[in-house]
Design a protein. Sequence first.
Length: 266
Amino acid sequence: MIHVGTSGFSYQDWEGPFYPPGIPARDKLGYYARVFDTVEVDSSYYGIPKASTLAAMAAKTPPGFLFSLKAFQGMTHAREDNAALFQQFNHALIPWVEQERLGCVLAQFPSSFRNTPANRDYLRLLRERMGDIPTVVEFRHRDWITESTFILLRDQGLGFCCVDQPRLQSLVPPVAVVTSPIGYVRFHGRNAQKWWHHEHAWERYDYTYSRDELAPWVPKIRQLAESSRATFVYANNHWEGQAIDTARQLRLLLGLDAPSSPAAAK
């Protein structure tokens, strides 16, 4: 199964390009879920959500809608004395686990997280602390792109996050690899000029993909899907709703049955 969606959904600048102007924040997820069957929730990176919040989110979406959730930054960026954070985070996931709404957890590490023995050990600790929760790892430095890394991830049952992003020297290249039952791809855009030098974080993700840029990923995504139980594809070029167009283009290129638009569903 291939599930295509966006990284995040509650953006004010999507009002107009995607959401009707003035739509209440509480109605955005339900509107989104009439177009896509999955979403990657990124707000959990900034704070561990409450179980009641995740339960309420599930209630706004139809059966079969799946969530991926980014790990709290204290689990990936501040890696000392954080066992309690994993317990809190995993507890919050219970409603999604019980309702079979959880796609996986995305553990996105910073570019400073390099391929060292200590950090390889931390990946083993990550797996131990996440228990049976399906978990995918996103590296931000290309020195992790080795066969020994993929062997480690497979041994630990951790997924590998494939990425499309600027072709800069230190960044992860667009490889397509499956290391767990979950395939995972994130499209960050290719705004090389603003990747390292920007005033606002959103500038990094201000990018519009062309069909020709997305097309080479189609056989890669299909390959991931053949080797996994489920493959999640998320567009993270979110500024002013560009991710919506990316996700829709990918669905068309992959030959997926597009859900009815919100307007048609009324």
